[in-house]
Write a new protein. Structure first.
Length: 461
């Protein structure tokens, strides 16, 4: 049995039976046979109708969906409400984009060999999708990894994070209630060994993985020939702050981007490079704002920062912060565990370049501030890790902003906004060790299809 516990107080929420090899094989066989029987493919109008009904049902259950996500995942209630609203909008986006999955005409007749021909492409579903999800957005990530497949006509099997399966199960139930036929979305509650065996099966046509780089790249190495994949790993998001930055705009953004969901976000603000003329001011004011954050029960609407997902993560963050301080970083606030599951929002000034908080993804409520004299040097340090996801720059100078956008190694650079900004219709994904492929509802749907070319030869053309 899988025990689902509250990450805040370790209280048992429920127990769920674990599925084994036989159940995984049944699910995959069903999905594979469903995809290979074209008579069972859902027409676009039906998929749109199902997803629109899903949106309508979810709108009536915002409170229940929010409570479940907050309780099992630990994200504060107010932020979990936003996640549920995003999830609803994500289903709506997928329904709207179905009609845009179109092909294009390919020119013919432009040389002798291609005369008397007309050609065009269409897009077809890629096949069976296997999605492995993460804990930090237990509903919204599931939306991105299931609705995209359903909208493109791919049967999907999803393995939610073992710590947060309830939001996924709730959503699968809503899809069924909305009229989705059996087999198009199956939830698999299994251990990692079973999931790894499924990943390697040649009947899987597309793997969607959100989680650690170590696991993601390992799974990619096990894919069958021809299986496409999208991997979304972590980052250590850098921010460049010029001396002309608007502090009234900058500081709240850094607090939100750094401590949202206790820093357990792949694009969370982690490394802030500030011009030396304003570095002390920025660091001290950031620490003062961080001290005011309420840490505690995610179901309490006053809470701004919730628990880390496991007590072992608190141990790790504490160890990394202590190491940074021992190596010379100034601890401006935080630096202590509040309980077995909660850690104080922490601001460190000038950690050494070899400290773990400077070289690895913290994935906790820790923001590091570094002084710089030369912007080129700061950018070089920002780019020095093999983790490249989203970055940011704060400045009033357009030329400086454009220079940073050009030189920062990232898939997205925010100007005068924090690194964790995201809307679900924009491209979203890491590069280098941070991932492979591009997420975002429309972009994922495009990746879950493949082109087919038709060439028609006729003497009347």
């Amino acid at each position: 049995m899988l025990q689902v516990r509250s990450p805040y107080d370790q209280r048992l929420i429920t127990e769920i039976p674990l599925q084994g090899k036989a159940e995984a094989e049944t699910a995959l066989t069903f999905a594979f046979n469903l995809f290979n029987d074209r008579s069972k493919w859902l027409p676009d109008w039906q998929k749109i109708d199902i997803l629109e009904k899903t949106v309508a049902i979810m709108k009536t259950r915002v409170e229940a969906l929010t409570a479940t996500a907050a309780e099992e995942g630990g994200k504060p209630y107010t932020d979990s409400v936003v996640e549920v609203e995003r999830a609803i909008n994500g289903v709506k986006l997928a329904a709207e984009y179905i009609g845009r999955l179109n092909g294009e005409q390919v020119p013919m007749g432009i040389n002798k060999a291609s005369e008397n021909r007309i050609a065009f492409t269409t897009r077809e579903p890629i096949g069976v999708v296997f999605s492995i999800s993460a804990f930090n957005h237990p509903l919204n990530l599931v939306i991105h990894q299931t609705v995209t497949a359903i909208a493109t006509g791919c049967p999907v099997i999803i393995k939610p994070a073992s710590s947060t399966p309830l939001s996924c199960l709730n959503f699968a139930s809503i899809l069924k209630e909305a009229g989705l036929p059996e087999g198009w979305c199956q939830v698999l509650i299994c251990n990692n060994e079973i999931a790894e065996q499924l990943v390697a099966d040649e009947r899987i046509h597309y793997l969607s993985f959100i989680g650690s780089a170590k696991v993601g790249w390992l799974l990619r190495s096990k894919l069958a020939a021809g299986t496409r994949c999208a991997l979304e790993h972590g980052g250590a998001a850098p921010v460049i702050v010029e001396k002309d930055a608007d502090l009234a705009e900058l500081l709240p953004a850094l607090v939100k981007g750094g401590f949202y969901h206790a820093g357990q976000v792949c694009v969370s603000v982690q490394r802030v490079y500030v011009h030396e003329e304003i570095c002390e001011t920025v660091a001290s004011q950031l620490a003062e704002l961080a001290k005011k954050l309420v840490v505690g029960d995610p179901l309490d609407k006053k809470t701004g920062v919730g628990p880390l997902i496991k007590s072992a993560e608190v141990d790790r963050v504490e160890e990394w912060v202590n190491e940074a301080v021992e190596k010379g970083a100034r601890l401006l606030c935080g630096g202590k565990r509040i309980s077995a599951t909660c850690y104080e929002p922490t601001v460190l000034l000038n950690p050494t370049d070899d400290a773990k908080v400077s070289t690895l993804e913290v994935f906790g409520p820790v923001v590091c501030v570094y002084a710089y004299a030369d912007r080129e040097t700061a950018i070089k340090k920002a780019n020095s890790l093999n983790l490249h996801f989203q970055a940011a720059v704060f400045t009033k100078n357009l030329d400086v902003a454009l220079d940073c956008v050009k030189k920062l190694n990232a898939t997205a650079v925010m100007v005068n906004d924090h690194t964790a900004f995201r809307v679900d219709w924009m491209p979203f994904g890491g590069r280098d060790a941070s991932g492979l492929g591009m997420g975002g509802i429309p972009y994922t749907m495009h990746e879950m299809t493949r082109e087919k070319l038709m060439v028609i030869k006729s003497s009347v053309l």
